[in-house]
Write a protein that binds this ligand. Sequence first.
Ligand code: IMP
Length: 447
Amino acid sequence: MDSFIPLHKDLPRNVTEVLGLAWGDEGKGKVLCFLAQWADMIVRSTGGNNAGHTVVYNGVKYPLHLVPTGIVRGKATCVMGPGMFIDPKVLWDEIEFLRKNGVQVTPRNLKISDRAVVVLPYDIIKDEWEEEKKGKSSVGTTKRGMGPSAELKATRVAVRMIDIFENTYKDRIEEIFKFCPKEIMDSHPSLKQECIEYCAEYYVKLHPFICNTQEIVNKSCERGKNILFEGAQSYYLSMTNGYYPNTTVTDPDASGTLSGGCVGPLHAKYVVGVFKAYTSRVGNGSFPTELFDEKADMIREMGHEYGTTTGRPRRVGWLDLVQIKYAVQANGVNCLAINHLDTIGEIGLKNSEKILVCTSYKQDFNHYSVSEVHTVPTNYENVKASRFEHFAGWKIPKNCKTFDDLPKEAKAFIKYIEAYVGVPVAFIGIGPKDEDMIVRGTFTHDQ
Ligand code: IMP
């Protein structure tokens, strides 16, 4: 369609988003760390310390939950956007850990949005309480207080960073405790005072970092700076579009990630979708390609699939291309990153020379009819993986640097994924270290 309204101006397309395409833990940190070399600014904009990104940089392992991982490179301005839920204690411990390891963290290179929600001790206690109340239908949350702080945000009584900055948190906390369930009040009689003292302590420590990040980020956008958005959680944990109700409480998709940083969609240039060569999930809910037998143990052990945030053993299964393709469409992903190509190759060698990849589901409509589907339905509980493509395993050779250096079986696996999903794979993770990554084509973030 011809545009008949003259465009006001061309906006610089200078934002790269890195998103997870499954249920989290796809290895976004590694891709982020690589892309951070070009970034002038790195923005984290959704969730809180329910996320965990581990980066290994200059031989030091940084398990970060809140601060954008790119801070370890020391070049970019790091921003924690309005869409975040921030536990001040966890943030302060992280800042101190970074400083102890020689990473400079100052109000010049770390900006905390004054609109971000503050996670209080109350939220953590309520998260545990709600999960216990739900019993069998519990979500399996990370118990980091995300749900309750989002409830308070929706009720419009949450403490935000601006309340810490302007010293107005006491009134907010009084409001919050009007909604505190009696059971919690009775079992934690001093909780309100604890929350007040918590804010008072972190008022002193975090005050210099709190500002209006909206202005800073958008000025950088207008000036054409390279901006990297660090996705947290993943598409299928999105509350609006994920496997509801077993989701988190934010929308960590392509749009939610931008709006959580207060940036408009026309600035996006690349949406990098990260996934693993198999699938993993923590928490409860449907998982169409899940494995339970010794194959599951093999993937879990070989892929080190234990939660960074909670230490829980992750549920694991085969790669689900129905799920990946749907997430690619729904987020406008234009570039893929696959991790654990080395792990799945070796699993293939051990599993009587076979790697499986799911290519369609069977959906059971209340036992009335069963049909084959190639998309992700709204009622996930009644889908099962039904068709699989089979691949032979491989071992990644030493000094493997380019796509051409990969064994032919591994190349066939990547090419099959690209053909099925319709988007090129630009990044291929072939080992645990950040440098164990093949970068294909001429991907750069230069304008
Ligand atoms: P919550 O975000 O702690 O409320 O947990 C809701 C669901 O999202 C649970 O199944 C969690 O295990 C899952 N979840 C939240 N954050 C992450 C993440 O960063 N990686 C993987 N799963 C997550």
